[in-house]
Ligand binder design. Structure first.
Ligand code: ATP
Ligand code: MG
Length: 247
C-alpha cells in the first residue's frame, strides 16, 4: 500500500549547515494496517510522515502509494492524490473562526460539492464521531478530545484511503487518548483505511498498532510486529521505551 524507498531529507539550518533529518528510510506498509512509528524528539518522525504526502519535499528517494509514485507527481496530480490521504495533528489544526460543521465542510467546499451533498456528508461524519450536539460550536468551546474528533471527521471528509496521524493523541489525557485510539481502530475496521501513526508513547503502539518501526537520528533502527517488539526488543532505545512504559 505504502512503499518507501531510500527516503532522505536534508534541511539546512541558519548557518547553512546540513541537518540529516531522514537517512535512507525503507518501509513497506500494508493495506488496512495500523503502522506505528516511534522515536524520541528530533528523531525525524514528523519529517517522515510529512514526506509521505509531500507536505515536506524529500531530498531523495521514493514514496509509492497504491502503485503511484507520489514523489514523481506534478502539483495538480499531487493535489488529487492528497484527497486519498487524510491527516491529523497533535494540536488539531482546526480553523478557529469556523464552527465544527464548517470545519468539516471545508474540504468538501474545496471539492465544489453542492450544499445538499455537503450537508449530508457533514451530518454523517458528525454522527460517526459522536459530535452531533456540537455542530454549531466553535473549536474554543470544545475539549481536546472533541477537537480531535472534529479533526478526524474533517480528515475523513473526502473518503481517504490512508490516514496519517502526527502525535494525534499526544495532547490528550489517558482516557481521552483511549477513546480516540478506539475511534481510529473503528475507522480502520469499518473502512479498511491504512493508518500511519506517529507517537512517542509506547502505550499507543501497544494499544492499536499491528507493526511498528523505531526511528533514531533519521534511521529506522528496528521494525517488527508489536507482539514481537514487546517480547523481544533488540535495540537499547526500544528497551528503554518499554522500560519507561512499565514504570
Ligand atoms: N524546517 C526545518 N528546518 C531545519 N531543520 C529542521 C526542520 N524541520 C525539522 N528539522 C530538524 O530535523 C530533525 C527531525 O525533526 P522532526 O520534526 O522530524 O522530529 P520529530 O521526531 O518529529 O520530533 P518531535 O517528537 O519533537 O516532534 C530535527 O533535528 C529538527 O531540528
Ligand atoms: Mg514531530
Amino acid at each position: 500500500m505504502i512503499h518507501v524507498e531510500n527516503l532522505s531529507k536534508v534541511y539546512k539550518n541558519n548557518n547553512n549547515e546540513k541537518i540529516y533529518a531522514l537517512n535512507s528510510i525503507n518501509l513497506e506498509i500494508n493495506k488496512g494496517e495500523i503502522f506505528g512509528i516511534i522515536g524520541l524528539s528530533g528523531a525525524g518522525k514528523s519529517t517522515l510522515i510529512r514526506c509521505l504526502n509531500r507536505l515536506e519535499e524529500p531530498t531523495t528517494g521514493k514514496v509509492i502509494m497504491d502503485n503511484i509514485e507520489v514523489t514523481k507527481l506534478n502539483k495538480n496530480d499531487l493535489r488529487k492524490k492528497r484527497k486519498e490521504i487524510g491527516m491529523i495533528f497533535q494540536h488539531f489544526n482546526l480553523l478557529s473562526s469556523k464552527t465544527v460543521y464548517e470545519n468539516i465542510a471545508f474540504p468538501l467546499e474545496l471539492e465544489k460539492l453542492s450544499k445538499d451533498e455537503i450537508d449530508k456528508r457533514v451530518n454523517t461524519l458528525l454522527k460517526y464521531v459522536e459530535l452531533e450536539d456540537k455542530k454549531h460550536a466553535y473549536p474554543s468551546q470544545l475539549s481536546g478530545g472533541q477537537k480531535q474528533r472534529v479533526a478526524i471527521a474533517r480528515a475523513l471528509a473526502n473518503n481517504p484511503k490512508i490516514l496519517l496521524s502526527d502525535e494525534g493523541t499526544s495532547a490528550l489525557d489517558p482516557k481521552t487518548t483511549k477513546s480516540i485510539l478506539e475511534l481510529l481502530c473503528k475507522i480502520r475496521d469499518e473502512f479498511g483505511l491504512t493508518i500511519v501513526l506517529i507517537t512517542h508513547q509506547m502505550e499507543v503502539i501497544k494499544d492499536i498498532c499491528d507493526r511498528v518501526a523505531i526511528i533514531e537520528d533519521g534511521k529506522i533502527i528496528e521494525e517488527n510486529t508489536v507482539k514481537e517488539i514487546f517480547a523481544n526488543p533488540k535495540t537499547k532505545t526500544l528497551q528503554e521505551f518499554i522500560r519507561l512504559e512499565v514504570i
